[in-house]
Ligand binder design. Sequence first.
Ligand SMILES: [Cu+2]
Length: 499
Amino acid sequence: MNRRHFLHMALGSAGFAFTSNPLWAAMDHSAHAGHASATPAMPLKIMSENISLLAVEALPAGNPHAVLFRLPNLSPKTAVVAATLTAEPFEAELVPGKKTVVWAYNRNIPGPLIEAFEGDTVEIRFVNKLAQASTIHWHGMPVPADQDGNPQDAVPPGGERLYRFTLPAGSAGTYWYHPHPHGDTPEQVYRGLAGLFIVRAKDDVLRHLAEQHLVISDLRLDSDVSIPDNDRNDWMNGREGQFALVNGQREPVITVGAVQRWRIWNACSARYLRLAVPSRKIILVGSDGGLLERAQIVDELLLAPGERAEWIVAGPEGDASLMALAYDRSKMGKVAPERDMKLASIKFTQDSVAKLPERLRTLPPKIKPVAKKRVVFSEIMSMEGGQHGMQFLVNGKGYDMKRVDLTSRVGETELWEIVNDSHMDHPFHIHGTQFEILDTTLKGKTISAPWRAHKDTFNLKPYQSARILITQKHRGLRMFHCHILEHEGLGMMGQVLVK
Ligand SMILES: [Cu+2]
């Protein structure tokens, strides 16, 4: 925080700059207002210098896979989960013997795991000890709009509020929570604020299996072990640090004896995870919104930022690696070539064989849509005043928290066409409900979804489109946006009012 700078626009040909326009003005932070000048300044915190990154080896690797901290339930009542989440800066020892200031929930990185059953009422007191306004958004969960941490409902520094919601039948799944304030979401997440939420069903057919939880998060550390601000490249492409951690650890060792159920979160700001366990197959049983109808055997699985998956892990005795394989998402500017990254070692200590029921779940039948909507992600590069400029837009507009972009009716099923009219991948996410992908279209070729699933986040390749069925079950205002958090922060977000 002591190295924030505001770049002026004359950046030369080495990189892009951003035009001065109402979008950027809307993103301004009041503390920065004094920087307005004839030379348009970018109203964002930006690193202007080349920082020297900490060597990857400075973080210890090869430790046993850490168990996530579970948030204790303080409620004496049955079917009520009550707890407090406090967001605050604190000094964590990420590198042995050194202190890094992180922002975290209850001093945990990743944040605590909350567990509840369908039918439970959840009461979370949120205490904001940050110097910025913040909210808690319950990513993917069917909670009322006024309990979902909208940017309009920010809790000021030093303030607190209660989030209260009841988990409906059929909502079992693998979720997470993170801040969603206006403009500051990228920074609050990359400094450490994100936690996990599992909703369980009492009749879950896989409930007998032992679980492993793998939260994959991104981290960048300067050579002085501090977390640096975003640079220009981060704002364009989304931030990727030199580390992709699993439960806060570099390359932990996961031991698999008997058959296990893994829940995997992509909690990175922008890093795509093309997950694979080389020479072994993946048994995919769940997505963002709980179990699939049938297990799917795949060689690899792409998890875009915000997406989750459930796997069954079994296999012959031996050693293996969980990899994030190189994935080209068409970043802009001069960027390092994509490369494979090892996330974890896996030790299979016995020859275990997964025996799964043929049907894991029966999803409700598809409902015929009564309305249609179209959402287009786009980027504009301009040469305004001889300067490069870039905007991230939804239906041609940058985010305005006072504007309603679309209107839906509660309980009505709609067909949404989501279009990525840009040259870079963008993951689409919507609040308050989950949807089902019907098909995707790329270069004139339409492909039906390979299996039915409840989703709240999915990736669109450049110029790809998708058709989804979606039903909002609560009234109120909902955001939909790109889940590369820097793009969301720069305006690639819209609002649907559910009446
Ligand atoms: Cu994006």
